[in-house]
Design a protein around this ligand. Structure first.
Ligand code: ZN
Length: 189
């Protein structure tokens, strides 16, 4: 509705203020973008990606062109997966025939996962509902902040393992020191 008509209808003196009172924007983006690092399993090369969090997607998707350009190892599926639209019709983009396996790093989180390769256009990666449910992110809509504090124990395992190795190494070194003190120097290897 144009301001003129609105003015007549509402019979107000301050049109701008009235527009603010009666209008709502419905097309604000509801998505959140996060920067993640996808590590290739073979070379351990990390690729930084701007990923779209999309509660409307029932999978994890990586753009076909992006996957090829970045040199991810693309594996063929035994059976293709159908992609449906919201109205249950089959997506014109065809079925999913390939996947990529990688380690995903996001802040303190790390997890190995498989992602469907699909034509996403300009979007590099979409993290849909299965991912959102598992990692249960804390989103502060006011500040635009994303925190990953509710992860299941399976996430961050690698970090945990490294910590455990460190602790063991320290213990080993300590034991060596104690032995050195107890055993006369001539018996040291
Ligand atoms: Zn997680």
């Amino acid at each position: 509705m144009c301001p003129e008509k609105l003015k007549i209808k509402l019979n107000c003196t301050n049109t701008t203020e009235r527009i603010r009172d009666v209008q709502r924007t419905l097309w604000l983006p509801r998505e959140v973008w996060i920067k993640v690092v996808l590590e290739k399993l073979e070379s351990h090369e990390g690729i930084t990606v701007k990923a779209l969090l999309d509660s409307g997607a029932t999978g994890l998707f990586m753009d076909t062109t992006f996957a090829r350009e970045k040199g991810f190892k693309i594996e063929k599926l035994k059976k293709p997966l159908l992609v449906r639209n919201v109205d249950e019709t089959v997506n014109a983009g065809g079925a999913i025939t390939h996947q990529v396996e990688y380690n995903m790093f996001f802040k303190e989180h790390v997890k190995r996962a498989r992602i469907d390769v699909y034509n996403l256009g300009k979007t590099e990666v979409i993290l849909g509902m299965p991912w959102l449910v598992v990692h249960n992110l804390e989103i502060n809509w006011e500040k635009g902040e994303v925190k990953i504090t509710c992860c299941p124990p399976i996430c961050g395992r690698r970090k945990q393992e490294e910590k455990e190795k460190e602790v063991k190494k320290v213990e080993k070194d300590k034991n060596k020191e104690i032995l050195k003190r107890l055993v006369p120097k001539r018996f040291w290897k």
